[in-house]
Design a protein around this ligand. Structure first.
Ligand SMILES: Cc1cc2nc3c(=O)[nH]c(=O)nc-3n(C[C@H](O)[C@H](O)[C@H](O)COP(=O)(O)O)c2cc1C
Length: 369
């Protein structure tokens, strides 16, 4: 798959999950294979221009963390343009623009709002066009379907951005009103695919298995998929999906020991990048996500949310290894009653949506996500 002139090894992208998919996680999952492109958390263009330390930390990367997109947000055209140049100079392969949420077609007061949307579209397209002109690397954009079901404005925005020179669009198949709930709207993603002329559209939302990636592509015509939360349920999802697309082969999920090993590598990288104290603090919210597919985990979660040193991690794992013995059969596998239910993406099984608490989703306005 190509984004502009950049050729990717696969059409599978890591979606940005601020606070989770930063450098340590990317360094752990890239060697597992199958990943085409990863991205940073969203970064405020002004903070980047002003050299703010937290923004620079979010941009931290390594030679083996490529290809990498740097995701920017901001509404000032000059700042966005200058931040794009800085991102290019920092080694980004792609600059991704977080579009926030398209404005509603109809504003609450009525009248004149269609005009408002067209004005907004023109302003946004102009902002992005300036970025495109300022850098040699491709500029892409990520957006939701629209404000609510009555305002699915993403196809028009996508087309305006294509005309402004954007090289690809990622579309999260939900509206702002949906937040992270409800069903991912495949017809909505399909409308965005139909709305652009040539550029690839990357579908996003609730892809948690190779089969669901296939369904999203087949039913929407999107050129690739972007996976966020699914990468924590299975860090091997990119490798498994790429193989499944290429050969039809479906690899089994790795066992508990392999999952612990990935988790340990992630903690080691966090400690390396952020130091032991901060790395362990950050891991407190990450550990329980890995453990979601482990069966009974009360004892692990109770202790990991208070993790304070790298050595304590090994103690917690050893204690948990003993604690979970009664849940295993003679060959060391979880007894059937304790096995987690199969993952069911919302768009495959609307009657059984993904558990809401699977990964803590942002509360409040979600216009950036
Ligand atoms: C905790 C969290 C943080 C997120 N941070 C970002 C972000 O920085 N930029 C962005 O464009 N989307 C962000 N998103 C949205 C995801 O990239 C993605 O669009 C959404 O989670 C749906 O995909 P998924 O079901 O594969 O996770 C975030 C989502 C979550 C749950």
């Amino acid at each position: 798959m190509f984004i502009g002139r950049l050729e990717l090894a696969s059409n599978l992208m890591l979606a940005p999950l601020a606070g989770y998919t930063n450098l340590p996680f990317r360094l752990v999952i890239r060697p597992l294979g199958g990943l085409g492109l990863a991205t940073t958390d969203l970064i405020n263009a002004r903070s980047l221009i002003e050299n703010k330390a937290p923004a620079l930390k979010l941009l931290e990367t390594r030679p083996d963390d490529q290809p990498l997109a740097i995701q920017l947000f901001g509404s000032n055209p000059e700042e966005m343009r200058d931040a794009a140049v800085l991102a290019e100079n920092l080694g980004a392969a792609v600059v991704d623009v977080n579009m926030g949420c398209p404005v509603p077609k109809v504003c609450k007061t009525g009248g004149g709002s269609a005009m408002m949307m067209m004005t907004e579209l023109a302003k946004t397209a102009q902002l992005v066009h300036q970025m495109v002109r300022a850098v040699k690397i491709p500029v892409t954009a990520k957006m939701r379907l629209g404000w609510d079901d009555g305002n699915l404005t993403a196809p028009e925005l996508a087309r305006a951005l294509e005309d402004a020179g954007v090289a690809a669009i990622t579309i999260h198949g939900r509206t702002r009103a949906q937040g992270f709930g409800g069903t991912v709207n495949l017809a909505g993603i399909r409308a965005v695919v139909a709305g652009v002329r040539h550029i690839p559209v990357i579908g996003n939302g609730d892809v948690t298995t190779p089969e669901s990636a296939r369904v999203m592509m087949d039913q929407t015509g999107c050129a690739g998929v972007s996976i966020g939360r699914g990468a924590f349920y299975s860090p091997w999802i990119f490798h498994h999906t790429e193989l499944y697309f290429r050969t039809g082969q479906r690899l089994p999920e790795p066992d508990w020991e392999a999952r612990v090993d990935i988790m340990r590598q992630h903690l080691d990288r966090l400690v390396e990048v952020f130091g032991e104290k901060r790395g362990c603090l950050m891991f407190r919210k990450i550990g329980p996500l890995y453990a979601r597919r482990w069966g009974p985990v009360r004892e692990f979660n109770r202790r990991i949310v208070a993790l304070s040193s790298r050595a304590e991690f090994e103690e917690i794992i050893e204690a948990y290894r003993q604690w979970r013995q009664p849940f295993l059969d003679e060959s060391g596998h979880l007894k059937p009653t304790y096995q987690p239910a199969p993952l069911r993406p919302s768009f495959l099984a609307p009657a059984e949506p993904m558990p809401a608490a699977a990964i803590p989703v942002p509360r409040g306005p979600v216009e950036f996500w």
